[in-house]
Every structure is written in C-alpha cells, then in structure tokens.
Design a binder for this molecule. Structure first.
Ligand SMILES: NC(=O)C1=CN([C@@H]2O[C@H](COP(=O)(O)OP(=O)(O)OC[C@H]3O[C@@H](n4cnc5c(N)ncnc54)[C@H](O)[C@@H]3O)[C@@H](O)[C@H]2O)C=CC1
Ligand SMILES: N/C(=C\C=C\C(=O)O)C(=O)O
Length: 487
C-alpha cells in the first residue's frame, strides 16, 4: 500500500445488504508484498445469517419462470461488461496476474458465464416414456436443490466464482458463496452489480473469510444440501468428510498434473508457443496448465532448444505492463512452495535450463518484495520425481523424451491426477487413439484451453468428482424426480 492509500475494507453481502464483520484478515498486493485490503474474517454467525437470507429468498426465486431468471442474469452480464476495465484492474491487483489477461480472459469469461447460463436455462427439456400395456405415462421433473454452497479458489477469482453462481441461480437455487480469502475483491465488487441488476435480496449471499473458519461452517451447515468446490485435493477431502454425515451433493473440481504429448510429426511452429502458454499462462496457476512435456526422441533436442528460447521471451513484469506475459504469484508462501520444488529437482540432479536461479529477473524498486519468479524449464528429471508427480501450480514445467506411443501413454497416465492433457501430432488416427487412452477429463489436440461451455468440464482420478457445463451444471444444481401417471 502506498503511504497515502487507505486500505480497502470489504464487507459481507447478506440478504442484499453489505454487512461489516467483527474482525478482518489482511490481504496482500502480490506485486508489492504490501497489505492493501482487509477481508472479513467471517465464521458460523455470518453463515447463519446468510442461510436465513437464502432460505427466505428461495420460495420467490425458485418459483420465477426460467425466462424471468434469465432476464436478471443477462442484466448482471451487461453490468459486468460495463465495468470490465475496473474489474480487470482490481482482479490484477488482487491476484497478481497481468491486467491484460484479466481484461481479455477473466472478466470476459465472467460475463460469458452469466450470458451462457441465462440462455441455456431456457432450453432444458424433460424425459417422457409410455407403458401402454399398463396404461402409464412416466416423465421427469427437475427442481432446484435449495441453498447451494459455492467455494472458489484464488487463481481465477471472478471467472470461477461466476461459473458456479450463474448455473446455480439460473436453475432457481439461492446461494452462499465463499471466495478465496486471498482474492475477494472482485466478488465484493460483483455484489453491488447484483443489487443493480435486480437480483432479489438473499438470492446471492457472499461471505468472506478463511476455509477452516467460514468455509467449514458453510460446508457443515445442515440446510446447505449442495456444495460446489474448486481448489486443492486436501481441502476436497476435508469437505467430503464434513459433508458425509448429511449425504450432501458434491461437485469437486481439483488439481492436475497435466501432460503435453508431442509427437515427431507435430507442427512445432504452433506447438512451441502454445505449449509455452499452456505451461505459464496466469503464472502457471491454472489447474489446466501443462507441467509435464513428453517429446518424441527424434525431435527432443530441437524442441528443447526452441522451447527454452521461447520461454525466455515469456516476459515477467509488473501486472500493469502491457508487454508482460506473466505477473506475480499469489502469495509469499506459494512462491516459496514453488521455489522449493525447483530446489528439490536440482538436488535430484535435474537440470534447470532457464528461469529460477539461472536467469535474472528485473523488477522496479517498488516491486522487489513482490512474489515474482521467472518461468522455469526443468529437464533430465525422472518420472518418479515429486516435480513430475505433484501439482506445483506455478510457472514450472518439466520436459522429458519418449520413444513410442504405447510408452508415452503409460507414462502420461502414471500420476494420481487426471484433469487435462494436450496431444500434438499431424496424424489424425494417432490423435484419436492417444486422446482416448489418456486418463484425463479434457484432452486438447493441437491446441490448448479452447473452451466449449456446452460440454462437460472436470477431471477423473484425484482431479475431482463430477462435471460442470451446460447439462452437467443443470443436473448438479437440480434434483430429478420421476412421476408416473396411470390413465
Ligand atoms: N483449481 C485448482 O486446481 C486449484 C488448486 N490449488 C492447489 O491447492 C494448493 C493450495 O492452495 P489453497 O489456496 O490452499 O487451496 P484451497 O483448496 O485450500 O482453497 C480453495 C478454496 O477452499 C477454501 N477452503 C480451504 N480450506 C477449506 C476448508 N477446510 N473447508 C472449506 N473451504 C476451505 C479456501 O478458503 C478457498 O476458498 C495450490 O498450491 C494448488 O496446488 C489451489 C487453487 C485452485
Ligand atoms: N477450474 C479451473 C479452471 C477452469 C477453467 C475453465 O473453466 O475454463 C482452475 O484453474 O481451477
């Protein structure tokens, strides 16, 4: 915080009203390491108030027509779009990402989330069957589940929060959302827009604070039957334990250790810049980022040389620098954790080809205490190294050679995660074969992160439970009932 700047003080949003909290948590600007914001340190009391507000709003909201709800969602989208620049700057300051990325990805996608679910909620149809031999007609109806608990992480703050709020309220639920305590500002800014858009009080409640305090109070509340969570696997385990006594419906979107499989017939002109982006976009803090790159032996040396050259051009800079590709990591603790992986790799005898400890980072004096690091490429590393097995969630990627298709599929699948993968080849048959055999909920071939919101998003193995998307989110946020009519 600059000497003259007063901290931004956030408030909870309960029943359509901003409510101060008894205590606050410091929130840091990752690009300077200074406290610039105070986030409510909410707990059980605030969750009780939010549940009461959400319970009160449910009958009215759930009985509105899909068209009426869609109109309100579209209004939220329009208001977000009108505030795009302000939101992008706030997201960048709070998270450390570049303003450019927030402006071109995070905020436009948040707008799209509301528009997409406003529109898709108008097109759901029910199933119907007949049993003529017993004169029966059967059909299904879907009803909103009730109060949905939504817990989101710090890497794509507004993007992932709105990816949960929009489908939940479009389906007629009321919600209590808990954003990450590390990145709460854009969620708080959204609250003002929700009121302006005509979202009735209590339909969306946003309660700020830490996971163990307010997150657990939300998950354990008996009147919140459905929890949608995006974040780490250990937290998902805790959420599962707390939900078990109530048999809650859970959607868990967790981490990844995503492979890129690059065959000798890949178009390297396209593959190299795209694999740099898939490894280092958003400081490598996206669950879909590539962190293990398998390259066929015949092109391994050439790939490595060109990949390192391209990585060195992925500029780290202050988030407002339009020429920067990457900003600061989320926190000091996270930066230290990411760096510790590089140290472990070095101790195991791996080679660090560029980045941390090899190249020099140039930052203005004001940003010297910010949480910056250079994109780092590791090689000569074994498949059983922790850098090849664990989610680092930072700008670090490992490159290793492979011989055959069969071998690379086995090695790519040899981790506990199964979220995303990329395959690079100009052989269509091989692409289909390999994509089918990779254990991942999402496989991008000859591209990365082209999102089709209509189709299922999510992971297998330790990368999660459930899927999100047009039909999947609707199914998750509704209960289905089969009705039989004898005539
Ligand atoms: N989408 C993803 O795949 C993400 C993965 N991560 C991974 O997790 C690591 C740790 O990051 P964290 O911020 O600690 O992730 P986290 O899983 O602890 O945090 C995600 C959300 O869960 C909440 N939370 C934490 N503990 C909770 C609890 N006991 N009950 C209810 N809610 C709880 C947090 O307050 C936050 O809103 C990262 O280094 C990264 O590897 C982190 C964020 C997103
Ligand atoms: N869930 C995450 C990313 C989702 C991206 C998308 O829906 O396009 C994550 O990084 O945690």
């Amino acid at each position: 915080m600059a000497a003259t700047e007063a901290p931004l003080v956030l408030e909870n949003f309960i029943g359509g009203t901003f409510v101060p909290c008894k205590s606050y948590i410091d929130s840091y600007d990752p690009s300077t390491g200074e406290v610039y914001c105070k986030v409510p340190n909410s707990g059980k009391e605030e969750i009780e108030a939010a549940v009461e507000a959400a319970r009160g709003a449910f009958p009215g909201w759930s009985s509105r027509s899909p068209q009426e709800r869609a109109r309100v969602l579209n209004q939220v989208a329009d208001l977000l779009e009108q505030s795009l620049e302000e939101l992008a700057r706030a997201e960048s300051r709070d998270q450390g990402k570049t303003v450019t990325l927030a402006r071109t990805m995070d905020i436009p996608r948040s707008v799209q989330n509301f528009r997409f679910f406003a529109s898709s909620s108008l097109h759901h149809t029910a199933e119907c069957t007949h049993m003529d031999h017993v004169d029966c007609l059967h059909y299904t109806v879907r009803t909103p589940v009730g109060i949905a608990g939504l817990i989101s992480p710090w890497n794509l703050p507004l993007y992932l929060l709105t990816w949960k709020i929009a489908p939940a309220i479009a389906a007629g639920n009321t919600v209590i959302a808990k954003p990450s305590e590390l990145t709460s500002v854009t969620a708080w800014m959204l609250c003002r827009l929700l009121n302006k858009a005509g979202v009735p009080p209590g339909v969306v409640n946003i309660v700020f604070g830490t996971g163990p305090r307010v997150g657990e109070a939300l998950v354990a509340h008996p009147e919140v039957p459905v929890i949608s969570f995006t974040g780490s696997q250990p937290t998902a385990e805790r959420i599962t334990q707390l939900s078990a006594p109530h048999c809650k419906k859970l959607s868990l979107e967790l981490g990844g250790k995503n492979p890129a499989v690059i065959f000798e017939d890949a178009n390297l002109e396209e593959c190299i810049p795209e694999t740099v982006r898939s490894s280092f976009a958003n400081q490598g803090e996206v669950c879909l980022c590539t962190s293990r790159i398998f390259v066929q032996k015949s092109i391994y040396r050439e790939f490595l040389k060109r990949f390192v050259e391209a990585t060195r051009k992925w500029k780290v800079g202050i988030p407002s620098d339009p020429s920067a590709s990457m900003g600061a990591l989320i926190s000091k603790a996270h930066l230290e954790k990411v760096r510790s992986y590089i140290e472990k790799a070095r101790a195991e005898g791996a080679q660090i080809l560029c980045g941390e400890g090899v190249d020099k980072l140039n930052l203005p004096p004001r940003n010297q205490a910010g949480y910056f690091m250079l994109p780092t490429v590791i090689t000569d590393i074994k498949d059983d190294s922790c850098c090849m097995k664990e989610e680092i969630f930072g700008p670090v990627t490992c490159v290793v050679p492979f011989d055959s298709e069969e071998e690379v599929i086995k090695r790519a699948n040899n981790v506990k995660y199964g979220l995303a993968a990329t395959v690079w080849s100009s052989n269509v048959g091989r692409i289909h074969r390999v994509a089918k055999k990779l254990q991942a909920g999402l496989v991008w071939t000859n591209c990365w992160l082209i999102r089709e919101l209509n189709l299922p998003f999510g992971g297998m193995k330790s990368s999660g439970v459930g899927r999100e998307g047009l039909k999947d989110s609707y199914d998750f946020f509704t209960e289905i009932k089969t009705i039989t009519v004898k005539h």
